[in-house]
Design a protein around this ligand. Sequence first.
Ligand code: SF4
Ligand code: SF4
Length: 103
Amino acid sequence: MAMNYPVRQRSFKPPKDLAEYPVGIAFPAGHLVETNASWRSHRPVLDAGKCTNCRICWLLCPDGVIHTSKPGGLEIDYDYCKGCGICAKECRQKAIRMENEAL
Ligand code: SF4
Ligand code: SF4
C-alpha cells in the first residue's frame, strides 16, 4: 500500500515586515486563568540598554507573556512566565539573561 506523504500546498514566503507576521501564539497573557509561575526556577531579566526592540522575544515566547504596551520598552509578566529561557536564547542582542530564582 502506498504511503500518503504530506504535500506542500504553497511555497512559504517570509514576511517582509514584522507587522506581516501572523499573531500566532504570542497573545497577551489572559487565556491562562491562573498564575503559573510558582514552579519557575529562572526568570528572564531584560537589559533595556541592549534591547533594540526587534520583538523576536515577543514573537517566540510560548506563553505570550512579553508585552509591548509599555512605553519605550518591553514588559515581562512574571505571574505567567514559566522561565523556559527561549527569549534569552533567541535574543540576538543578548539583552535577556536568565537569573536563578531557586537559590
Ligand atoms: S529579542 Fe532582545 S533585542 Fe529583541 S526585543 Fe527582545 S530583548 Fe529586545
Ligand atoms: S522565559 Fe519563556 S515564558 Fe518567560 S518570557 Fe521568556 S520565553 Fe516567555
